[in-house]
Design a protein around this ligand. Structure first.
Ligand SMILES: Cc1cc2nc3c(=O)[nH]c(=O)nc-3n(C[C@H](O)[C@H](O)[C@H](O)COP(=O)(O)OP(=O)(O)OC[C@H]3O[C@@H](n4cnc5c(N)ncnc54)[C@H](O)[C@@H]3O)c2cc1C
Length: 127
């Protein structure tokens, strides 16, 4: 969710912010950054929902749950970073949603099992 909100905020901002006589979406580098953000968000959502459906159906999917958590938190690291970049200076200024989400996002690789411990769980299940 944090990734999707950052993507939506970045799209809104890139459409309205002008620099050097163009909106940010007028620059290919921004369009491509947003395309990659959107791809990551979709892949992460699909994987998470797929694993959730399996767990909901009563399957024991500890490795897949850990993979989904790690993948989603890594996607969130990247997408919050890219959204902050698109916001430029505002991405660093308190009071802007993306700046808050960038900071808050750090907990997802730490709480509920750190990234490293999730990898331990995955490796134990698959090796
Ligand atoms: C805001 C917040 C909310 C939280 N909410 C909850 C909650 O509701 N319920 C709850 O139970 N806990 C909660 N926690 C605790 C959270 O789950 C722990 O912070 C997290 O599990 C890491 O434990 P630690 O802080 O003791 O770090 P440590 O265990 O000291 O880890 C420090 C670093 O060393 C790495 N590391 C440690 N052991 C290994 C290992 N064996 N192999 C490889 N790397 C390792 C870790 O991955 C991490 O990078 C919360 C933490 C925060 C900050």
């Amino acid at each position: 969710m944090i990734s999707r909100i950052c993507l939506e905020e970045a799209i809104k901002y890139a459409r309205q912010r002008t620099a050097f006589g163009k909106t940010l979406t007028g620059f290919q580098v921004t369009r491509h950054k947003i395309a990659e953000m959107a791809t990551r968000v979709e892949a992460s959502s699909e994987f998470t929902y797929r694993v959730a459906a399996m767990v909901n159906a009563g399957e024991y999917k500890v490795a897949e749950v850990s993979m989904a958590k790690n993948f989603a938190s890594q996607v969130a690291n990247r997408v919050t970073f890219d959204a902050t970049q698109i916001f430029g200076g505002y991405g660093f200024v308190r009071g802007h949603l993306v700046e808050r989400l960038y900071r808050d996002n750090r907990i997802y690789s730490i709480g509920g099992g750190t990234h490293e411990i999730m990898n331990e769980v995955i490796s134990k299940m698959i090796l």
